[in-house]
Design a protein around this ligand. Structure first.
Ligand code: M6P
Ligand code: ZN
Length: 188
């Protein structure tokens, strides 16, 4: 057949089609990312912080392929710190990624490879974010509704979560008098 239908669609802001992988990250899975341990311990471990829908058209690790994901970060805070994703470097450090914000308000938090500089880009519906290789990335929901964004990254990039769970990002994003503000991390 010469003309075929795509196997994936955006149905509203949700990904639909064949072979979509879905995962939920709950507060209990994210113990090492939030700065305020007391506030974290006082919250329900089964609370969903974000969900990810992904399509993997080729095998993980394939050079030259692309993966697609949609992430939905729920609104809320642990203490003053906004709900956010785990964040990662790519295992192959030079691999880049693109994020496209679909709904909600947030920040893309970025950190250089030697952890000396952390900065953020504002996310709003339609904003496009090119994430250079060698740059750690995570997103935080700074609004009152779901923050969702699409992501496209190379299928051989891999996720290095260990570096982030050991050292974090050098700055955290907190609500300071209603304004999202980057401040130095206080937890060792
Ligand atoms: C985006 C992409 C995925 C990533 C997801 C959640 O969809 O960057 O690769 O898995 O966000 O982020 P994290 O893996 O850091 O929890
Ligand atoms: Zn990535």
């Amino acid at each position: 057949m010469d003309i075929v239908l795509p196997s994936l669609y955006f149905n509203g802001n949700k990904l639909s089609g064949e072979a979509i992988d879905r995962l939920s990250r709950r507060l209990g899975d994210l113990g090492d990312i939030f700065n305020d341990r007391e506030a974290y311990d006082a919250m329900p471990a089964d609370q969903v912080i974000y969900e990810v829908e992904s399509a993997f058209p080729v095998a993980d690790g394939t050079e030259g392929g692309l993966f697609l994901g949609v992430t939905y970060v729920h609104p809320g805070k642990v203490g003053d710190e906004y709900f956010m994703t785990k964040g990662h470097f790519h295992k192959i450090r030079n691999r880049a990624e693109i994020y496209i914000c679909m709904e909600g308000e947030g920040m893309l938090i970025l950190m250089n490879e030697d952890h000396t500089h952390t900065w953020a880009e504002k996310m709003s519906p339609g904003s496009v974010h090119y994430i250079n290789g060698h740059t750690a990335h995570r997103t935080a929901n700074t609004g009152n509704s779901i923050l969702s964004f699409g992501a496209v990254w190379p299928s051989d990039a891999g996720h290095d979560y260990e570096t982030i769970s050991e050292n974090g990002f050098s700055k955290i994003l907190v609500d300071m008098n209603g304004m999202p503000t980057l401040v130095n991390r206080t937890r060792p």
